[in-house]
Structures are given as C-alpha cells and as structure tokens.
Design a protein around this ligand. Structure first.
Ligand SMILES: [Zn+2]
Length: 271
C-alpha cells in the first residue's frame, strides 16, 4: 500500500517528464475507479499544459494552466507507469504528451482521481480538515503538544489521525515512535515535551530516509514497465516481530493490535 514516501517518489518521477508538457490525449478505459471519473474529465484535461506537480498527504497533484488540478490517490495498489510497452488490463487512465504516455494502473481499484479548481484545493473535502504536512513547516513540537494535550487515546492512534498530522500511515508511525523511543500505547497527553520534540524530528527522519530510498529507485526507472513509486526500504520495527531490537538493547520487536491494526515496537527502549 503506497505511503507518503511512495506518493512523493511518484510525484517526483512524474514531474520529470510531465512538467511543462501539453496533454494531447486523455483516455479512460472504464467509467470509474473507486469513484466515477468526474464529469467532463477528458475534455477538461485534453490540450491543457501541466504547470507543476505537488503532493498533499498521500494525494498527488497535477496542476494545469486551466486553473484546475487533477488530484490522484493510489489507493491500495495504484501506480503510474511511464511509457508502458503495451496497455495492460488495469491501466484505467492514460495521459499522452508529445514525448510520453502515462498510465494509471490499479488492479484493486481503491485509487481514484478528481478534478478540482486549483484555488479551491484547500476546501476540497479530504483536504479541508487535514493537519499540517509532516515535512512542512506546520509540524512543530508546539503544534503537536497542543493537539495531544489532555488526550487519553494512545499516541500511536493519535498520529494516524489525519487532522493532527497529514499523510502518516501505519509503517511510518511505528518507525517514528521507535526512533523517538516512545511507547505506542502511551496516552497521548502524557507524552513529555522532550519526547514530542524527539518525535517531530523522528517523523521527518523516517520519511526523508524513505524518500531518499525512493529517489535511488527513480534512478533506475529505465525498467521496462517504467513503474513509479515502489521501492525497498529498511524498517527497524515494522513487520519484524520477534527480531532483536535494532538498538541492541536485548529487547525484541513485539507486535500488538491497536485500533484493529498491528503495531510493532520494542518494549525495552520505548517508554
Ligand atoms: Zn529496544
């Protein structure tokens, strides 16, 4: 499942070939993905020039000179393929520029796209109540301390709440809590200020490291299918139940379930 670093890598990979380009053709190979394609989608994008790309949380943004932005979400299995050698069964949307073809491929179809007036992006429903970007200036220890103050819910679950920090998923929350040495079960309001400061730094570090790994994967994008956004990265605790703690403290990675999802952590060093 694509997390923020995969989306960021995808956006950077697309930007290299799509920025400044005119979209000459738009093809939809079915009426919907998770949701129907917006009405007038093909018309609105055909002939438009891509003025820039961006990302908000786990959404990719393709801005055009028609003051509209195509928003895409990769769902569970979505990916963009650049210059695929042939149209595959699950290429639901294809954009063509003079130089390239871009196919949005999504076998499970939990992904979707929308078309939003660029100046109304902040009011788009998924964005309206969203917290600050974890890599942006808005995520500070002050913001987090205020958001967590008095809350009894476990810190792990609070970090998955998109209103507090945007775009953090299960993997990077587990990794950041490990790096910051915070027990994922700790009531959010009881996390100390120094621990919150470590946490803010840890969130940035784990995401930046993964984006760096994704950047390396872009360098060998000459793969035949030109798929963007999926790469191998190293995790300290995620999916490592029973492995020795990476700190070498003699603890072993333990899996618990919180809010219906797995959490991995080291009981020895995360307090
Ligand atoms: Zn440990």
């Amino acid at each position: 499942m694509p997390e923020l670093p995969e989306v960021e890598t995808t956006v950077r990979g697309l930007a290299r070939h799509l920025e400044g380009q005119r979209i000459e053709r738009v093809a939809l190979n079915r009426p919907d993905m998770r949701f129907p394609f917006p009405e007038g989608f093909v018309q609105a994008l055909t002939g438009a020039t891509v003025t820039g790309l961006g990302r908000r949380a786990k959404y990719g943004l393709i801005h055009t000179d028609r003051d509209s932005t195509m928003v895409f979400h990769l769902g569970m299995s979505g990916r963009w393929r650049i210059d695929p050698s042939e149209t595959a069964k699950h290429d639901h949307l294809v954009l063509e520029t003079p130089g390239h073809r871009f196919a949005l491929h999504d076998p499970r179809r939990f992904g979707f796209v929308d078309l939003v007036p660029t100046d109304a992006l902040d009011r788009w429903p998924a964005f309206a109540a969203m917290g600050p970007e974890p890599l942006g200036p808005g995520l500070t220890a002050g913001h987090l301390a205020a958001a967590l103050a008095g809350r009894r819910q476990a810190i792990k679950l609070m970090l998955l709440d998109q209103r507090i920090v945007a775009g953090l998923g299960n993997i990077y929350v587990c990794e950041a809590l490990f790096r910051a040495r915070i027990d994922p079960r700790k009531p959010a309001g009881q996390v100390s200020r120094p621990a919150i400061e470590r946490l803010v730094a840890a969130i940035r570090e784990v995401l930046e490291q993964a984006i760096g790994d994704g950047g390396s994967s872009l360098r060998d994008y000459a793969r035949p299918d030109g798929e963007l956004g999926y790469f191998a990265t190293r995790f300290a605790v995620y999916d490592r139940e029973g492995q020795p703690c990476a700190r070498g403290d003699g603890g072993s990675v333990t899996r618990i379930v919180q809010g219906g999802r797995s959490t991995w952590y080291c009981p020895k060093c995360q307090k």
